[in-house]
Design a protein around this ligand. Sequence first.
Ligand SMILES: Cc1ncc(COP(=O)(O)O)c(C=O)c1O
Length: 374
Amino acid sequence: MRIGELPTPAAVVDLDVLQRNLSRMAQRAAALGVALRPHFKTHKCVEVARLQSACGVRGFTVSTLAEARALLAAGFGDLVWAVPLSPGRLDEACLLARKAEHFAFLVDSPEASDSLDARGRRAAERHEVLLEVDCGYHRSGVDPGAGESVALAERLAAARGLSFRGLLTHAGHAYACRDRRGAEAVAAEEREVTVGFAQRLREEGVAVEQVSVGSTPTVLAADHLRGVTEVRPGNYVFFDAFQAAIGSCTLADCAFTVLATVTSANGKEGRFALDAGALALSKDPGPVHVDPRCGFGVLLPGEGGAPLHDLVLAALSQEHGHGRTRPGREKPPQVGDRIRVIPNHSCLAAAAFETFYAVQAGEVVELWHPARGW
Ligand SMILES: Cc1ncc(COP(=O)(O)O)c(C=O)c1O
């Protein structure tokens, strides 16, 4: 089947671009001297995990137990569940952990630490655990400057139901940067804060084996990663319009697009509608701090090619994309035309689809089914 024959909206992955992104990141991690533990949440596909594994990846990061289940069933047994432990999922997570070679939990509170420890002691097991550090994103994680954070690390290290492995942080605030130089400064902060806290813990007698950092912008921009043991970028497999706007990649590096059809067009008013709305693209507003008029993605011709900068996806409703012409373009595309959208946030857009069409030279070569849900 050719791209032109796909029912829309459709999630399309360009296999050659994907493969190039995977190889480049593997080389980047090797050059930085750190292990690569990619985040699975961007694609959630075991087929992509196998391609990553062929590039030398041994362990994965997950954010849902559905992702962990899929990876374990495919034979990938070294996982970090990189969201703060949710008590209601503890029994289920412990069952999965038993099937894994390594399964690390993430905690940032004495409550979570104690419930995991109690569960481990009851079952005469030791659960691997990482302490989340807040390196400036202020989403979750302990304050590395607070004495109680050292006390929590000591509590984790002393707990008989736990095996304390080290520290994990995520510099999500790198997305507020405007360019690669800004991301380089956040990458330095992410490294310094986490490596510095690891050092402080070691001075207090706490063994810290793993120092895990990483977002796509910071891994790509980091000057060096001395003291870090692994990086966890996720988005780099697909990239997206946001990453291109902040200088992590070019539009030609974007491997994931949503193929849509023009379903309505008003030439006089310069507007058109696509059959891909918020449920296909997500309502991520995109890099408005770089370009306030960026719209909900970058549009390309249906068969691929140069970006259509004279068109903008100005708004989204549930099933409609609201397209507009920009000055310089007289008429909008016609009903029946096909358009591809590089979404603002590929992780969110990809999570909207049950099937991904992997394409090579315009031909669909494989169908992939992501592990959706929780
Ligand atoms: C804990 C954690 N690690 C790694 C990542 C991957 O970062 P990115 O999406 O920038 O590749 C994320 C993304 O949100 C995350 O939350």
